[in-house]
Design a protein around this ligand. Structure first.
Ligand code: HEM
Length: 381
């Protein structure tokens, strides 16, 4: 899929979206090393919604519910869904708002601040810690972990990624141990007492569930803040429009704006599948046992569906938006994420008059395969 190490004339990591755009124009499904990559919207949707042909059981490690298929997936997915209902998400909102307000108020005005390091990451870690009932003093460890996890993903070294994942599991196991001794009333403790198929969840299952709520998604939330703030800082007309939505309190339109910005520049790049039988997809024959990458970022920019992929049009593009996936594994954290991002936008817009890109430092793209931006320096007015 092109050389991920390409850099442009500004010595910036090349925007990987342009590589995907060019490749998708040539083929719906591409071959990359020893696996296939679905790039067009129709093929990504077809594969994601056909779990019988494309299994999510792609790694040696059992991930709940991500790596499960069929009825087993449905059983565990029901457990996860109970924690992420609209009602529960609404209950979290005041706490998220308090974090967002404190973060924005503490930032200096008129000088360069770092969107991801100073806003996105602390907001993601603090919001998730209060949701799960985790102690505030875990923040430093979680921030360091997000950094190391990104670095491991960028390196493409599976051994290193596995080590970082193991470190996370150890952190959670230690936390669960203290919880068993001194029970509290929070989501983590609820999981410790929860059941599946009439028996208590095992420690391994709880660790796996918590890993999938936090490990991948802490980073995604922080990166999403980077993408959204970069978009608004560099597109004054849309920043003005979003500020007007904040002023009128149009929450639905704000959530739609958020999802549309993430469609244009989707930082959650891909998920894996493995073919359970011979399957024809986008004119290619995929053999049983071959791997397939669902490239959400590429599919979300497919001109066959969205026309000009960079045209910001929340209303027209909402129905085909794939930022949170589709099919049985569609993201159960969508409502929580959209609430958290909306609240951050409301506080950021409401507590500033304007956001400019920093004049002294350029924004820098993440290194593929990680999506979005690594650095988004801005100035708050
Ligand atoms: C910007 C933030 C997020 C994005 C872009 C995102 C995106 C996605 C996507 C595309 C999938 C589909 C995966 C697949 O088909 O294999 C997914 C699944 C999942 N997401 Fe999210 N997600 C985000 C935040 C969250 C949050 C905050 C949580 C939990 C609190 C969460 C929990 C999960 C879980 C558990 C799954 C697996 C569901 C299953 O296998 O049934 N996500 N997410």
């Amino acid at each position: 899929m092109g050389d991920p190490a390409e850099i442009d004339s500004d010595h910036n990591w090349k925007d990987q979206r342009s590589t995907y755009d060019a490749l998708r124009a040539r083929c719906a499904v591409a071959r990359e090393d020893d696996r296939w990559v679905a790039l067009r919207h129709a093929e990504v949707v077809a594969a994601a919604t056909d779990a019988a042909a494309f299994s999510s059981n792609v790694s040696a490690r059992r991930a709940i519910p991500n790596s499960l298929d069929g009825t087993q997936h449905a059983t565990y997915r029901a457990v996860v869904d109970r924690y992420l209902t609209d009602e529960r998400v609404a209950r979290e909102e005041p706490r998220c708002r308090a974090h967002a307000a404190a973060i924005v108020d503490a930032l200096p005005r008129g000088v360069t601040v770092k969107t991801i390091a100073h806003i996105g990451t602390p907001y993601a870690v603090r919001s998730q810690s209060t949701w799960l009932g985790w102690p505030a003093d875990l923040e430093e460890e979680l921030v360091a972990w997000i950094r190391d996890n990104h670095a491991a993903t960028r390196s493409g070294d599976r051994q290193r990624t596995a080590e970082v994942a193991e470190r996370f599991d150890q952190m959670i196991r230690a936390l669960l141990e203290t919880r068993r001794n001194t029970p509290t009333t929070d989501v983590t403790n609820e999981l410790l007492n929860d059941t599946v198929e009439g028996r208590p969840l095992t420690t391994e299952e709880i660790v796996s569930i918590l890993r999938n709520w936090t490990a991948g998604d802490l980073g995604s939330l922080a990166t999403s803040v980077g993408v959204i703030v970069h978009f608004l800082a560099t597109k004054p007309d849309i920043q003005r429009e979003v500020r007007a939505l904040v002023e009128t309190g149009d929450r639905t339109a704000l959530a739609a704006a958020t999802e549309e910005i993430l469609r244009i520049d989707d930082p959650f790049v891909s998920n894996r599948r493995v073919a359970t039988r011979v399957v024809n997809l986008g004119g290619e024959q995929i053999a049983k046992g071959e791997g397939l990458l669902l490239n959400w970022t590429a599919a979300n920019r497919d001109p066959l569906v969205f026309g000009d992929p960079d045209r910001y049009d929340p209303d027209s593009n909402a129905d085909a938006n794939l930022v949170f996936g589709i099919g049985p594994h569609v993201c159960p954290g969508r409502a929580l994420t959209l609430m958290e991002l909306r609240v951050m936008l409301e506080e950021l817009m409401g507590r500033t008059n304007w956001i400019d890109p920093a004049p002294d430092r350029p924004a820098i793209r993440e290194t593929p395969p990680v999506g979005g931006w690594a650095r988004v320096p801005i100035v708050l007015r």
